[in-house]
Design a protein around this ligand. Structure first.
Ligand SMILES: [Zn+2]
Length: 148
């Protein structure tokens, strides 16, 4: 990941933050911002790894999701989200401990945004469990934890 990429990511994130953390827009399934990193050169987001272009892509059935979560690009996405958030829970502000990288827009419904860093947020396990969407994403998400 280049420095430019990180800076751009940070800037976009700050813009998003400035606009508030209201998540009511999630329900409309329309992003209030463009997919800023479309076409951006980043190994973790290369087209051959994304969505329909992935040879393993079969439309987001759960087994495919599980496979995806084991991929390097997904692991890189999680790390990028953690690093951007400084390993700090975005709900309660606790740093470190057991953390999950949560997709704000549901993983299964928005496969194109699986590797969208703006769609990720760092949550500690207790906060993640409290989210509405938590129950829909059992296993790898729940099991895979990062402890620092
Ligand atoms: Zn928390």
């Amino acid at each position: 990941m280049s420095i430019d990429y990180k800076q751009r990511n940070k800037k976009q994130w700050e813009t998003k933050r400035k606009n508030g953390t209201d998540t009511s827009w999630l329900k409309g399934k329309k992003l209030p911002y463009p997919i800023w990193n479309k076409g951006l050169k980043n190994p973790a987001l290369s087209n051959r790894q994304r969505g329909e272009n992935n040879p393993n892509w079969k439309g987001g059935v759960s087994s495919e999701n599980e496979k995806f979560r084991k991929t390097t690009v997904y692991k890189n996405w999680r790390i990028a989200v953690f690093e951007r958030d400084d390993y700090t829970c975005q709900a309660c502000g606790n740093r470190g401990g057991k953390l999950h990288a949560d997709h704000e827009l549901p993983f299964a419904e928005f496969p194109d945004l699986r590797l969208e860093i703006l769609n990720g947020r760092t949550l500690c396990v207790p906060c993640h469990i409290k989210t509405d969407s938590y129950g829909n994403r059992i296993s790898p998400f729940v099991i895979k934890e990062t402890t620092i």
